[in-house]
Design a protein around this ligand. Structure first.
Ligand code: MN
Length: 329
């Protein structure tokens, strides 16, 4: 499949790249990294995001080149006639493309590059490998298949993609190949300490105060095998932060030795109350299966779902019996 993807990519001069809504490091890093690779091949590339990227990723090269104007992207594609293709990166299903999905899907060929478990494919051509650590890792292989060297910018973006989706090479999805690819990126100029500092040592006192409040909600269940934290809109208002500032906090309950599943409940702001739930597991507990029961999805060790019209307490009460069953099955 990678060769077919490479062949299609070679055959077109204009390429639209898109990723999922509320993009994470893998989504942004894969998109910006592949864009730099394709531009190095002399192609015209559109980097499309439905909404601006979270400020946490401001350090990524070429983030300023991202376009958020869908009509401009569609006009570009139309003007290219048949000499265009669209690639979505790290997008586990069609709905995750957001409001722009249906319009982008009109661009042909439409290629899907992704590593989400349960992605059944929604492109003209789907390259989906659920065992991969990250979409960034797959893009690195694509660059090799295309016979292109990594520019320093591409390498920084792709390293960020891999390092964020593997929790800095800590998750089960990290393989020998993942580390080989990361090594190749370092050989191309990546400074791991610089990326790690940008991702992890760039906090603010507001964010630390938010962390303090979120940690005060910590509860353990199921013989200390489940750790739950939550954030309310009230906490965000009090500390002058946003949900974006909650990135990474789920690793706090996950860091407890006995915890097999960490849960982070986040109250959304909006007209109707809603709670989004992040699940992280260690070892063999498949949280993607659990998320799926509630209409969500993800990977075996990292998944999530969203519930409208329920409070934080209601969602916790709904989820705990399901977790208990999964852990003690
Ligand atoms: Mn990913």
């Amino acid at each position: 499949m990678i060769n077919q993807i490479a062949q299609h990519t070679r055959s077109k001069n204009n390429i639209v790249l898109a990723t999922h809504i509320r993009p994470d490091g893998d989504a942004l890093g894969s998109l910006l990294g592949l864009a730099a690779i394709l531009e190095g091949m002399g192609k015209r590339v559109v980097r499309y995001l439905e909404e601006p990227a979270p400020a946490l990723y401001d350090f990524l090269p070429h983030l300023d080149l991202v376009q958020t104007d869908l009509s401009g992207v569609l006009t570009f594609a139309e003007d290219c006639g048949t000499d265009v293709l669209c690639i979505t990166l790290d997008c586990g299903d069609f709905a995750r493309l957001g409001r722009s999905g249906p319009a982008l899907r009109e661009i042909h060929p439409f290629l899907v590059i992704d590593h989400h478990q349960g992605n059944e494919g929604f492109g003209d051509l789907d390259w989906i490998e659920a065992h991969r650590s990250s979409t960034g890792e797959m893009v690195c292989d694509l660059a090799v298949a295309l016979g292109v060297d990594f520019t320093p910018e591409a390498a920084d973006c792709l390293y960020t993609a891999i390092v964020t989706d593997t929790g800095s090479f800590q998750y089960d999805s990290t393989t020998e190949h993942t580390l080989k690819v990361a090594g190749a990126l370092v050989a191309s100029g990546v400074k791991p300490a610089r990326i790690s500092q940008a991702l992890h040592d760039s906090s603010t006192f507001d964010r630390l105060q938010l962390t303090q409040q979120v940690l005060s909600t910590l509860q353990s269940f199921c013989d200390n095998q489940v750790g739950v934290i939550s954030v309310s809109q009230d906490m965000l208002q009090r500390t002058g932060t946003t949900l974006e500032d909650c990135e990474g906090l789920i690793n706090l309950p996950r860091s407890v030795k006995t915890v097999r599943v960490a849960v982070f409940l986040k109250e959304s702001n909006g007209d109707t109350p809603a709670v989004s739930v992040s699940l992280r597991s260690r070892g063999d507990c498949d949280v993607a299966k659990i998320a799926k029961q509630f209409g969500g999805g993800g990977h075996r060790n990292a998944a999530g779902f969203r519930r409208s019209g329920m409070s934080l307490d209601d969602v916790r009460a709904m989820l705990l019996p399901v977790l208990e069953k999964a852990l003690f099955a």
